[in-house]
Write a protein that binds this ligand. Structure first.
Ligand SMILES: [Zn+2]
Length: 229
């Protein structure tokens, strides 16, 4: 006699989606199949489980093209034909999907930024290399909560700067077809802070005039560091 196996939690959730959610939205999903996807936004976000892009932006299926990685980092544009998943996603979103905006979204209490200060486990060879993408955002201080928060924000700006090194991104930004959006999500407040390049700081969404970071002008940080976008 075979023993009845209790369905696990995740299996129950899959069944719930199919039986309860999907029937209510079936037409939308079928339209997305027949008409294809036409997302206007590439969302580059940290993998952190507390960052939920669809909740934050009120987006529906088909609206966000998402690439997530540890730290929401953008690797340098390089032509060495390596296996760069984030780079491939950026190329696909800009060249094929022709997205109109790219969001880079970091957040408070980011483990990637903390580990960038503290060092990753010796065995984590890919992680150690990957965290170098935040190196230029680190501050020469002990990582207090304030310093970590500031570093998270500096990292977002740094990744936007790297995005502008992608030829297709720069071309579309300069042509006015693409806007860049640097966001820092404050988990405990439930609010996105948006990098405003003119003010040179992150502004809460409740006070910001736009969700974007532009316009495309040179920006000099208060410490004199010149950002190239
Ligand atoms: Zn994170």
């Amino acid at each position: 006699m075979t023993q009845e196996v209790e369905p696990d939690e995740l299996l129950l959730r899959l069944r719930h989606f199919h039986s309860d959610y999907f029937p209510l939205h079936q037409q939308r999903f079928q339209d997305l199949v027949t008409q294809g996807q036409h997302p206007k936004t590439l969302f580059i976000g940290c993998s952190d489980s507390r960052l939920v892009p669809y909740l934050l932006t009120g987006a529906e299926p088909g609206e966000l093209f998402i690439v997530r990685n540890v730290g929401a980092f953008v690797p340098p544009y390089d032509q060495s034909h390596g296996l760069h998943g984030t780079m491939a996603a950026i190329e696909f979103a800009v060249l094929s999907l022709k997205v109109e905006r790219i969001v880079v979204c970091g957040h408070t209490h980011c483990g990637a930024i903390r580990v960038a200060y503290e060092g990753a486990p010796q065995e984590a060879i890919a992680l150690k290399a990957w965290l170098r993408l935040a190196q230029d955002a680190l501050l020469p201080v002990q990582p207090s909560p304030e310093a970590l928060c500031r570093t998270e924000q500096r990292s977002v700006v740094l990744q936007l700067e790297r995005l502008m090194d992608y030829p297709m991104v720069r071309r579309e930004v300069e042509a006015g077809n693409l806007t860049l959006h640097g966001w820092h999500y404050v988990i405990e407040d439930g609010e996105i802070h948006i990098f405003d390049v003119q003010q040179g700081q992150f502004v809460p969404a409740s006070e910001a005039t736009s969700s974007g970071t532009g316009p495309y002008v040179p920006y000099v940080e208060s410490d004199g560091h010149m950002l190239s976008y």
